[in-house]
Design a protein around this ligand. Structure first.
Ligand code: SAM
Length: 279
């Protein structure tokens, strides 16, 4: 690893520059990538999404990860990443692929896997939702650099502005916490907004909410019209499910006149369970 050129020299040697269409904002400060990597390792097998110039990749390898799978969509970066692969003693495997289409669970049979990524903003939330819905869950922790606003939505508590669908889904199977914030100027080129690294630890099996699919439908309807009372926002879904709205809300012990941000996670679980029981 010591034989590698600096990240800046490596980018220059490969004539690489950031492209907006790939959501590219690079971390070239090894202190910062080390700080992120420390949240993910030590761990045996880690998956990195969007390695780009490979700063975080190098940090993860330097910290001794045994197996690292790096999935990069932009073909321009593959030869640069292969240079890191070549000095990794077989620990790094680079794939040119779209992370949205890769079955991460199939990359390695080691369990649990762990995901560590400075994510492209345009696909970050979608990837997170996919990983939350994975069956069975193959990871024990996600360490993700996201837009600060998205990280706050994931960790939000009821009765706050950022509380919504993402908080309910994420907190139904994980314990998320924001590890630290990262200002826009830490990236090259800087994005328009600040970022934050969020850590999502999977809850013990018995504490995870089982039916994220129904929960997803309920929260999409409830927060799709977040200024409205639940008796309005959930009416269409009740119709689709063929259940009586007042019976549904009554059985779940939910006041029909409240707005969704006042319902805690357990309340949404009751709504989802009752919807399944009544349909
Ligand atoms: N990890 C690098 C760093 O910290 O400097 C780059 C981070 S940059 C915010 C996001 C990276 O994800 C880019 O390298 C981009 O090409 C890659 N990327 C974008 N969309 C992707 C996708 N769907 N699948 C895999 N990688 C993707």
């Amino acid at each position: 690893m010591d034989s590698l050129p600096t990240l800046t020299a490596s980018l220059k040697a490969h004539n690489l520059f950031a492209k907006k269409s790939f959501g590219q904002h690079f971390l070239l400060d090894q202190n910062l990538t080390d700080k992120i990597a420390r949240l993910a390792v030590p761990h045996e097998a880690v998956i990195e999404i969007g390695p780009g110039p490979g700063g975080l990749t190098r940090s993860l390898l330097n910290m001794g990860v045994k197996k690292l799978y790096a999935i990069e969509k932009d073909p321009r970066f593959i030869s640069l990443l292969q240079e890191i692969e070549n000095v990794s003693d077989g620990r790094l495997n680079v794939f040119e692929a779209d992370a949205l289409k890769v079955d991460l669970a199939a990359l390695d049979s080691t369990r649990p896997l762990r995901v560590c990524a400075n994510l492209p903003y345009n696909v970050g939330t979608k990837l997170l939702i996919n990983w939350l819905h994975a069956q069975p869950i193959f990871w024990d922790r996600l360490v993700l650099m996201l837009q600060k606003e998205v990280a706050m939505r994931i960790a939000a508590q009821p009765n706050t502005k950022p509380y919504g669908r993402l908080a309910v889904l994420a907190q139904s199977i994980t314990a998320p916490h924001i590890a630290f914030e990262v200002p826009a100027h830490a990236f090259t080129p800087p994005p328009k907004v600040d970022s934050a690294v969020i850590v999502l630890d999977i809850l013990p099996q018995g504490e995870r909410y089982a039916d994220l699919k129904m929960l997803g439908r309920v929260t999409a309807s409830a927060f799709g019209q977040r200024r409205k009372m639940l008796r309005k926002s959930l009416r269409a879904l009740a119709g689709d499910l063929g259940i009586d709205l007042e019976t549904w809300l009554g059985t779940a012990n939910i006041d029909p006149s409240v707005r969704p941000e006042t319902i805690d996670i357990k309340g949404f679980h009751r709504l989802s369970d009752t919807a399944n029981a009544l349909r």
